[in-house]
Write a protein that binds this ligand. Structure first.
Ligand code: NDP
Length: 268
């Protein structure tokens, strides 16, 4: 019997990741029975030497999460233009000695929106790695204006100087609100104390996107749903970026509904 083709998610910490459940369900549904997807807890100082060793250990590719996305891009021999522009990669594919790198967070956001953001306005909250992908994706998809707020304003200014959009000190009304800070993990209403929007301010947006995903509904998602606003939640984005990575790893179409069901199973 030949050894399995291996995949995984490299992060630190990574124990909480839903990706193994989602990806293993997809592999099974696609009939790829000799493929396995596993957690790979790797601290920053060991990232490069570990990734270099993965192809010889039977790995076809890996997803990359906090804090390695920028280091992953630096290791790539063939980054996609969008990974290079965003400055971070979340998907590495090992191909005959080469390392291909992509950022699937960006197209996942555009796929998840109820309609293409062409000509629309967006307010992005945050200026970290996921905000960079969001700003790039929205502008690349033709958004008319993207405002960026961040707790540390200098980072919003630096991000917009590099990628486009405009830094703001308070939130603007817009078609789309995209929450990219790491607040909200506890599900409590204290999220709103740390953001420049109140629950009632959400009525100023037609669509609210929350990148944060937890085992329960976030306060932001709950407040938006209560007000009848269209919502894209973090689990939906996680599944969609994972589906795009799956297609790069396997060359097969991703079974999106199977992946969604696997993600929902652990949700609660
Ligand atoms: P980063 O660490 O790169 O950035 C964190 C951001 O959160 C910064 O803008 C930071 O602001 C802000 N922040 C942190 N604490 C606070 C606070 N108390 N109040 C206000 N702002 C705060 O993280 P990422 O961008 O990679 O990830 C952000 C979130 O998105 C995480 O929860 C992550 O799990 C989630 N995510 C979800 C994905 C999905 O598929 N659903 C994909 C990628 C990320 P400052 O600059 O001031 O420190």
């Amino acid at each position: 019997m030949s050894p399995p083709t291996r995949l995984g998610v490299v992060g630190w910490p990574v124990a909480h990741s839903r990706s193994p459940d989602i990806q293993n369900a997809a592999l099974e549904a696609a009939g790829l029975r000799d493929w396995r997807y596993q957690l790979l807890p790797v601290p920053a100082e060991l990232f490069e030497e570990t990734v270099k060793a993965l192809p010889a250990a039977g790995f076809r590719g890996v997803n990359v999460t906090i804090p390695h996305k920028e280091a992953a891009l630096r290791m790539a021999t063939e980054p996609t233009p969008r990974a290079r522009a965003i400055g971070a990669a979340n998907t590495l594919v090992f191909e005959a000695g080469r390392i291909e790198a992509d950022n699937t967070d960006a197209p996942a956001l555009i796929d998840a929106l109820p309609s293409a953001p062409t000509g629309m306005t967006a307010q992005v909250l945050g200026a970290g790695g996921s905000a960079r992908a969001a700003v790039w994706a929205l502008l690349d998809a033709g958004a008319a204006k993207v405002w960026v707020w961040n707790r540390t304003p200098e980072r919003a200014r630096a991000l917009t100087e590099e990628l486009g959009g405009a830094p703001v000190r308070s939130s603007r009304p817009a078609d789309i609100l995209v929450h990219c800070t790491s607040t909200g993990l506890d599900g409590s209403d204290s999220t709103f104390k740390q953001l420049p929007v109140t629950a009632d301010d959400l009525a100023r947006y037609d669509c609210v996107v929350d990148l944060v995903y937890t085992s329960h509904e976030t306060a932001l998602v709950r407040a938006a749903r209560e007000r009848g606003i269209s919502v894209v939640d973090g689990l939906d984005l996680l599944v969609r970026q994972g589906a795009l990575s799956f297609e790069r790893f396997t060359g097969r179409p991703a079974p999106l509904e199977v992946m969604r069901a696997a993600a929902a199973l652990g949700d609660g």
